[in-house]
Design a protein. Structure first.
Length: 139
């Protein structure tokens, strides 16, 4: 992954303070923090966390990408067997198990949301090289 410098807000400084840190590009607006926090600092976001960024102009007139929130998604890497287990479990939840009106309570989302996720999972194929799941591009 490509690394880039972004800025993380420091907490408990009494004024706006930013620490330049190294982060891996996940997407154009999402970065994973790869720097380690200094012992005498408190960051708003933890090392290893994925954060959403936006362009900000600092008081000195310079611009930089600033972490503004935890990235609104989770990224996981699965091998072929793990991917199959997740896909099969979600399929059973959506189509096999009758949760008798308790789907939202037990699963934490609606049946429609789970079926949408299952459809998204089916659009991925697992690489036989062990590189994980990749979006199906029709090939």
């Amino acid at each position: 992954m490509q690394a880039q410098t972004i800025y993380i807000p420091l907490t408990n400084e009494g004024t706006d303070a930013w620490r330049p840190v190294t982060a891996e590009v996940v997407s154009p607006a999402v970065f994973r923090l790869s720097s380690q926090m200094g012992a005498d600092e408190e960051w708003e976001y933890a090392p290893g966390q994925a954060v959403a960024v936006e362009l900000r102009r600092f008081t000195d007139g310079k611009e930089g990408l600033v972490a503004v929130q935890i990235a609104p998604y989770a990224r996981i890497d699965l091998n072929e067997d793990e991917f199959r287990i997740v896909n099969n479990a979600l399929n059973e939840i959506c189509n096999g198990i009758d949760l008798a009106g308790e789907f939202d309570t037990r699963i934490g989302g609606s049946l429609e949301e789970a079926r949408t996720l299952l459809t998204r999972l089916r659009s991925f194929r697992v690489s036989r090289s062990g590189a994980g799941a990749r979006q199906n591009d029709g090939q």
